[in-house]
Design a protein around this ligand. Structure first.
Ligand code: APR
Length: 238
């Protein structure tokens, strides 16, 4: 059966083999930093310099990493997919963006960073989002508002993920939903599979190992993303 409407959700696991740390592994980001201190609006209000330094370090690290075979496999898929293809990433790195720049997608493709983007900043007063590749100071003046300062365009805990209406529509319309490299620990992303199931889509989990939500998927494919993702999509009829 050829699928016509695809939604793929990715998490930190797809970037792990590029050298970008995941969150909940033993050497993950949340083991070296207090989430409340660096990934909440309260943490930012309490110590903006600490939060800006946390994201400055992660932004600088992007220069040292490259898209891997899993990112490239999804870019190759997007180039040949004939229907709708929404790629929703929880990741704030730009590895999907770079892979799709190198291999331009067909017209039905869209990439959404639902948790924001390390290479963008947002004015705290106007809400205007602009590209930002360098470091950001705690009191970084905003070019968009005289009283505004620039903050990372990252969705912190307690904030609403981006483009949720667009994502929900695509989930209700899809006939194939694939979650790649995500633990399913954080909502609303962790609930996407249930919407896809309710929509009658085939649902697949691709991960290093089965996650706690394995039972919610029709199928599980396990192994490193750089092997499992090219293998799964290489065999998919498009
Ligand atoms: N190949 C495939 N999967 C992998 C690999 C790999 N090489 N390495 C790790 N994984 C899997 C792990 O088994 C785990 O299921 O990737 C998943 C990473 O899970 P998390 O660290 O919880 O990351 P993620 O699911 O993306 O977290 C979701 O939580 O803290 C927030 O905003 C943050 O976007 C993040 C969200």
């Amino acid at each position: 059966m050829a699928f016509r409407s695809l939604v793929i959700l990715t998490g930190a696991g797809i970037s792990a083999e590029s050298g970008v740390p995941t969150f909940r592994a033993s050497d993950g980001l949340w083991c070296g930093h207090r989430v409340e201190a660096v990934a909440t609006p309260e943490g930012y209000a309490a110590d903006p310099a600490l939060v800006q330094d946390f994201y400055n370090q992660r932004r600088r690290q992007l220069a040292e990493v490259q898209p891997n075979a899993a990112h490239r496999a999804l870019a190759n898929l997007a180039a040949r997919w004939k229907g709708d293809f929404l790629l929703v990433t929880q990741n704030v790195d730009d590895l999907h963006d770079r892979a799709h720049r190198d291999t331009p997608p067909a017209s039905g493709f869209e990439l959404i960073h639902m948790h924001g983007d390390l290479l963008k900043a947002r004015c705290t007063r106007s809400g205007v989002v602009s590209d930002w590749s360098g470091d950001m100071a705690a009191d970084q003046a905003s070019p968009h508002h005289p009283q505004g300062v620039m903050r990372p365009h990252i969705v912190w805990f307690g904030e609403m993920p981006l483009a949720m209406e667009r994502i929900e529509r695509a989930l209700w319309d899809c006939d194939l939903f694939v979650a790649i490299g995500t633990s399913g620990a954080v909502y609303p992303a962790a609930g996407f599979v249930q919407t896809a199931n309710a929509a009658g889509a085939r649902t697949v989990e691709i991960n290093l190992e089965p996650t706690a939500g394995r039972h919610l998927f029709d199928e599980g494919v396990y192994g490193p993303a750089t092997q499992a993702v090219p293998a799964f999509f290489g065999a998919l009829k498009t």
